[in-house]
Each structure stands twice: as structure tokens, then as C-alpha cells.
Design a protein around this ligand. Structure first.
Ligand code: PLP
Length: 417
């Protein structure tokens, strides 16, 4: 399935694909929202299901020839429900943002109030940022972290909820390195009669492995992407209590999507199947060990980590006081063969395009087989690069060492070879 027959006839496109594969192979991928899927997931995403229109839902399609699409979608839903212990699953959202959109549409009306996490404190754009559909359609208010601990300020969540009486509270984040207390959010939501939506996009894999508390018992609706720690193809997934299932289905299709991406749903089925295997727990455990080791090495070298460390697959370096910005750090690391992203830190003064933080994650490196001793080497590359951001020659030399190092962890060795 992974053969690239015919592709070589289009040398321009083939070249681009080869170069991207080379980039993934030769650099160290530390963007916390990325991962490397298995070859089996890759094969599903490249399968003949890309050809199939299947608007609707199993046994309720608008096209003929959907008997195997039905089988596939039913299987994927069942695996999603089983993995997360959920009553209901919609596996069709094309991405995490559209999963959130469908979830909001299913229980909110335009103008309703949402209480979500501030983007600068770790929230996601779809949790109410003015530039996103959420900020444009709803009255969005934000909670954040405490300045002293950099942990979610649950008192602020409770006080704001009491005052503004949101219709929905959104918990979940893109750059919060700590465990979120879903029981506290539930308590607050109950007190003000709000829905609780948990967006577990980042930590879904950890939840699946039982290494992060499950939001399922606490939230009416849980959304996620499938491509981060869950290690599936790019896509979205909605889990909910049964009574919200129909409303959510209607908002995904025909509400905001047409035909589902059945090849991607095949990839989701494969990834969910992999996540149901016992070794997925070992994988997630290794992610935690690796992030922890990275946190220790960075802190030992004088870097300040937001909240003092991490409980998850990611950490956030606060670069204020180092003379660096997130943008400078990202560019230097890129030259050194390490791919990461600048990120706002709480109580940030810089523009988002510059940012004072650097977010690092280990899910992708762990998929390549790196363990703690290898993370020691990776930490050294990072620390050296951050100490010599203006020395292009030295950064490039680190890049050569990174390329050599990364060859110890082959990525898709049979692909395009
Ligand atoms: N929710 C959270 C918490 C995220 O971090 C992200 C993406 O990074 C999304 C939703 C959106 O996912 P997508 O990029 O698939 O739309």
C-alpha cells in the first residue's frame, strides 16, 4: 500500500514529497501537536477509500455503494467508544476545529456566552479567540492561570462562571503542561447550569492509556484531534453522552461538512485499534518519561519552565530574561535541525508572532524510538543551540550532528526507497 507507483512520473511533485520525507527523517520533530503515524495508518490514509463519497451516516447514506464505508465507520465508532469508555462517537470531523464547531453548534446559539481558556495562557483559538469562528459567533470570556503557580486559576473559573453564567465552559488547552482537574470544572458548570466541553486534543493519547484523567465521566461533550498524542491521521473526533449524539451528528453532517473523508476514517480506525493494544500504554509512558527527562535537563541548565515542569507530553520554556524571544529560539533550532514552535507564555507582553515562549513536545520523538538517554543528547543539542542563536555556523554544525543522530531512529524505511 505504501508504494508510490506513478508518482515518479511527476518529478516536480515527487521531489517535494521526497524532500518532506527527508526533512521528517533528518530533523528532530518536537512540535507538541505532531506525531508520526504507523505505516499501517499511513496505508489507510492512502487507501482506495479516498475515492468514496459517503454523505450521511451508516445505513443512512445519500449515495449507493456505501456498504463497506458503513462497515468501516461502524468499526471506527465502536473502537472510539471502547477506547475512551464513551457512550457515543462521531468520527467524521475533518479536524479538531470543525469538531469543536459542530459541538458548539449542537448546544449553543449565536450570542451565547462561552467561558474558555485564554489563548495566551494555553487555550486554543477555537475556545473563543476573536479571530476564530468561536469569537465571532459567541460572547467569549476567558479564564487563565494564576501568576504565582501558573496553574489554572479554578477560583477565577468559579467566580467568572458565577457572574457571567456561561452556557458552556470549555476546558482543555494547547500549551498547558499540567493535568486539568475536570471534577472542579464539572462542579463549577453544575453550579451555573453550564454545559462542560472538554477539548482533549493534546492529551487524548495519554487519556487513552490511563495516564491522564479521563474527562468522559465529567463532560457532556469531549472533542479531540486524532493526530497528536493519539498518533492517528490528521482529523477530529467527538465523544458525547448518547442524548447529544443526534444533535452532534446533524451539525457535523449536513451542518458543516459534506462527504466524510473515509480514507482518513480508515486511518482513525487503525490508530484507535493500535491504541487499544497494551503496548500503546508503554508508548505513552515513554512519552511522559522523555518529557520529564527533557524538563530536568533544561531546568538544570537554567531554563525556566512554565509551572516549573510538566505532567504531560509537552513543556513550555519561558525565555523572558534570557535575551531570546520565541521566534529567535524557533529559528535557531530550525537551523540546528530541531523543529519546534514559539508560543505565548502566560502574562505575555510580546506579540504572538514573536512570543516569549518555546513549546516542546516528545510524542513524535518517542514514536521514533527515543528513550531517556537519547533525550539527554537531544537536550544538549537544544541547549547548545539556544546558547548560540547568533552563530549560524555553529547552529548548522549542530544540524549536521542532529542529522547523523536521527539516522539511528529510522523513519518509514520502506517508503519512497
Ligand atoms: N483543540 C486544541 C486543544 C488544539 O491544540 C488544536 C490544534 O492544535 C485544535 C483543537 C484544532 O485542531 P485542528 O488543527 O485539527 O483544527
Amino acid at each position: 500500500m505504501l508504494n508510490t507507483k506513478g508518482l515518479e512520473l511527476d518529478s516536480q511533485l515527487f521531489g517535494i514529497l521526497r524532500r518532506e520525507l527527508g526533512r521528517q527523517r533528518h530533523k528532530l520533530e518536537m512540535i507538541a501537536s505532531e506525531n508520526f503515524v504507523s505505516e499501517a495508518v499511513l496505508a489507510c490514509a492512502a487507501s482506495v477509500f479516498t475515492n468514496k463519497y459517503a454523505e450521511g451516516y451508516p445505513d443512512r447514506r445519500y449515495y449507493g455503494g456505501c456498504e463497506f464505508a458503513d462497515e468501516l465507520e461502524i468499526l471506527t465508532q465502536a473502537r472510539a467508544r471502547k477506547l475512551f469508555g464513551a457512550e457515543y462517537a462521531n468520527v467524521q470531523p475533518h479536524c479538531g476545529s470543525s469538531a469543536n464547531m459542530a459541538a458548539y453548534f449542537s448546544v449553543l446559539k449565536p450570542g451565547d456566552t462561552i467561558l474558555g481558556m485564554d489563548l495566551a495562557h494555553g487555550g486554543h483559538l477555537t475556545h473563543g479567540a476573536p479571530v476564530s469562528f468561536s469569537g465571532r459567533l459567541y460572547n467569549c470570556r476567558f479564564y487563565g492561570v494564576r501568576q504565582d503557580t501558573e496553574l489554572i486559576d479554578y477560583d477565577q473559573v468559579a467566580e467568572m462562571a458565577e457572574t457571567i453564567k456561561p452556557k458552556m465552559i470549555v476546558a482543555g488547552a494547547s500549551s498547558y503542561p499540567r493535568i486539568i482537574d475536570f471534577a472542579k470544572f464539572r462542579e463549577v458548570a453544575d453550579r451555573c447550569g453550564a454545559f462542560l466541553l472538554v477539548d482533549m486534543a493534546h492529551f487524548a493519547g495519554l487519556v487513552a492509556a490511563g495516564l491522564y484523567p479521563s474527562p468522559i465521566p465529567f463532560a457532556e461533550i469531549v472533542t479531540t484531534t486524532t493526530h497528536k498524542t493519539l498518533r492517528g491521521p490528521r482529523g477530529g473526533l467527538i465523544l458525547c453522552r448518547k442524548k447529544y449524539g443526534k444533535a452532534i451528528d446533524d451539525q457535523v453532517f449536513p451542518g458543516l461538512q459534506g462527504g466524510p473523508l473515509m480514507h482518513i476514517i480508515a486511518g482513525k480506525a487503525m490508530a484507535l485499534g493500535e491504541a487499544l493494544e497494551p503496548d500503546f500504554i508503554d508508548y505513552q509512558r515513554q512519552i511522559l518519561k522523555n518529557t520529564d527527562r527533557l524538563a530536568i535537563r533544561l531546568a538544570d541548565s537554567g531554563f525556566r519552565l512554565v509551572s516549573g515542569g510538566t505532567d504531560t507530553h509537552l513543556l513550555l520554556i519561558d525565555l523572558r530574561g534570557t535575551g531570546l524571544t520565541g521566534q529567535v529560539a524557533q529559528t535557531a533550532l530550525d537551523l540546528a535541525g530541531i523543529t519546534a514552535n514559539k508560543n505565548a507564555v502566560p502574562f505575555e507582553k510580546e506579540r504572538f508572532t514573536v512570543a516569549s515562549g518555546l513549546r516542546l513536545g516528545t510524542a513524535a520523538l518517542t514514536s521514533r524510538g527515543l528513550v531517556e538517554a537519547d533525550i539527554d543528547d537531544v537536550s544538549e543539542f537544544i541547549i547548545e543551540a539556544l546558547r548560540h542563536t547568533e552563530d549560524e555556523g555553529r547552529l548548522k554544525k549542530i544540524g549536521h550532528r542532529v542529522e547523523e543522530f536521527s539516522q539511528r531512529f529510522p523513519l518509514y524505511p520502506n517508503l519512497m526507497s
